[in-house]
Write a protein that binds this ligand. Sequence first.
Ligand code: TRP
Length: 348
Amino acid sequence: MARFDQLVFSGVQPTGNLHLGNYLGAIRNFVELQKSYDCIYCVVDLHAITQSVDVWGGPAELTRATREVAAAYIACGIDPKKQIIFNQSRVPEHAELAWVFNCVARIGWLNRMTQFKEKAGKDRENASIGLYDYPVLMAADILVYRATHVPVGDDQKQHLELSRDIAQKFNNDFAQDIARLGHGEGYFPLPEPLIQGPATRVMSLRDGSKKMSKSDPSDYSRINLSDEADAIAQKVRKAKTDPEPLPSEVEGLAGRPEADNLVGIFAALDGVARPDVLKRFGGGQFSTFKNALVDLAVARLGPIGAEMKRLQTDAAYIDAVLKDGAERARARATRVMDEVKDIVGFLR
Ligand code: TRP
């Protein structure tokens, strides 16, 4: 018997609009995983406020974006009754365990985090302490449920490794107490990354060398998950291309970032590999391929956009899902936190 029950945990930040990159890179995998695992999917609002308030947009925007992420989870097909969907700030044990982990993690470990360096930029003295501490909170998110598997993109792999380091050091530092209290070899599992299929990096529809981003000033650079059929079709039609026909081999996409991106999007939406797409469209007119991509994108994403729109007019339903999810999450989190208190020696 496995020492730890298999459990998936992941989170998405409620900042800005969700787009095709979030769907293909994360949420679509979350939906798939519920077939094989119990899953907890969090809207990480505590993480959202780690950057300056003009980045996350202030209270009204945070509330809106929290509901939008929840709506996206549901619209994409996560079952809120079977799985748990909730917002992080509702379960105070995340922050509580993060404090204990602050005292386990080492400054040297955090100093190596590349995302902090990128997000803090040149003016590091002026970054929030929360931004620096972000990966410790992320470790607490996962381990407060003793989750074993975490679907993450490439950019979060380093943070997940830090979670493993924290779990391991906690297990070592308190080994005797953990054994004395009957938890066997280690209290926390070392959570493993789940990387699904070929990583789908979705680039801007206006510039194939830039990642699709919520902060790009042009809405034509991205397909928002809340876009409905008309907008999706228009954006694909207007997507930047080059004058050459599509090649028959993937090598022919080298140096053609826009064509490569659209082929990659087609492949991901159709559940096939790039060479299959080129087998079908290589040598033909770009316009033929684009028309097929319009149809495919509208077929796959149109219903999600429509459902998100419907859900967003029903805030009461979304709020009820998040509240119910938080209650179920909290029941587990308090159990773990109580055991952590016993291990560390906090009276309760
Ligand atoms: N840092 C993740 C991101 O930006 C979001 C996140 C927060 C997360 N806590 C997590 C992901 C725990 C996985 C597990 O994408």
